[in-house]
Write a protein that binds this ligand. Structure first.
Ligand code: SIN
Ligand code: FE
Length: 292
């Protein structure tokens, strides 16, 4: 059973007590979710025009924004419309950061803010390859963006205008997934990792950690038997709600839902309250050597 801690705040910068901060940090570090049923990301009247699936370009599932350089990608819009959409994503980026800073201040000094995304396409039945099929249980790992052991902490908000929930399944704990797949994952080649880097296929060096995480991601998704039989729990996140979860360790599947905002943060395991709970340290204990 995954632990879901409900927090009844409706402000992105609520004053949290030390005890609330410590408890919330412990919940996510131990594979749980923080769920804010009343914390809404509100669109302006003008922004509601973006609540259509073709706000994204063809064959793209998300619009993304990178606050580190101000660029918007994946949008089908141009000129003033693109600028207005970028402003909407930037506001989400700022609110998500404010939330994480106020509730998880332990992370604030070293937290890195990565991509922000807007997902206007229905998650159910998107025609795509099995590897990109997020309706299958998986832990997050990205082929071109190795994170070398850094945590993927994500904030999500359902902004569906028609009352439609975002429906997820949450699978078994990270250790159980790793125990199932790790024994059959072959060692990576450091020459191959350097080649991928030299060719620009990866943005930084794919470490042994990244190799294992990608293999776990792929094997889980490709394993029909696992998808059909793994223990899981369904969660429904209604419009107007927000949730925070470490998606590199919490096995998840997005079954259905449309119109969602998402912010990714990167965090070094050493910045956690309990670094031994990171996938990097868990995998290192299992294989008995350093992986990143
Ligand atoms: C995912 O991270 O697998 C997708 C989450 C979602 O689209 O709800
Ligand atoms: Fe995912």
């Amino acid at each position: 059973m995954v632990r879901v801690q409900t927090i009844e705040e409706d402000s992105w910068q609520a004053p949290y007590s030390d005890r609330q901060q410590e408890e919330a940090t412990g919940v996510i570090e131990n594979g749980g979710l923080l769920f804010f049923p009343r914390l809404a990301f509100t669109l302006s009247e003008a922004e509601r025009r973006f609540l259509v699936p073709d706000a994204v370009g063809q064959k793209v599932k998300n619009v993304s924004f990178d606050i580190r350089n101000g660029t918007l990608r994946g949008s089908a819009l141009e000129g003033a419309d693109a600028a207005a959409l970028r402003d909407m994503l930037e506001r989400y980026a700022r609110q998500a950061l404010a939330l994480v800073r106020s509730l998880l201040p332990h992370y604030a000094p070293t937290l890195e803010q990565a991509r922000t995304s807007y997902r206007p396409v229905e998650a159910a039945g998107r025609t795509t390859s099995w590897r990109k099929d997020d309706t299958r249980l998986h832990v997050d790992a990205f082929p071109s963006s190795p994170n070398q052991g850094q945590r993927l902490l994500r904030v999500f908000s359902n902004i569906n205008p028609e009352g439609k929930d975002r429906v997820w399944n949450i699978g078994e704990p990270f250790e159980a997934v790793a125990q199932r797949y790790l024994p059959s994952i072959a060692a990576s080649s450091s020459g191959y990792a350097r080649l991928l880097r030299a060719l620009g296929i990866t943005k930084s060096l794919r470490t042994e950690y990244d190799h294992i995480m990608l293999q776990m991601h792929d094997r889980m998704k490709a394993d029909k038997d696992y998808q059909a039989t793994a223990a899981s729990m369904q969660l429904r996140m209604p419009p107007g709600s927000t949730w925070i979860v470490y998606t590199d360790s919490v096995s998840h599947a997005a079954l259905s839902g449309q119109f969602m905002m998402e912010q990714t943060f990167l965090l070094r395991p050493a910045a956690m309250l309990d670094p031994s709970r990171s996938p990097l340290r868990i995998l290192e204990r299992m294989v008995g050597r350093a992986l990143a």
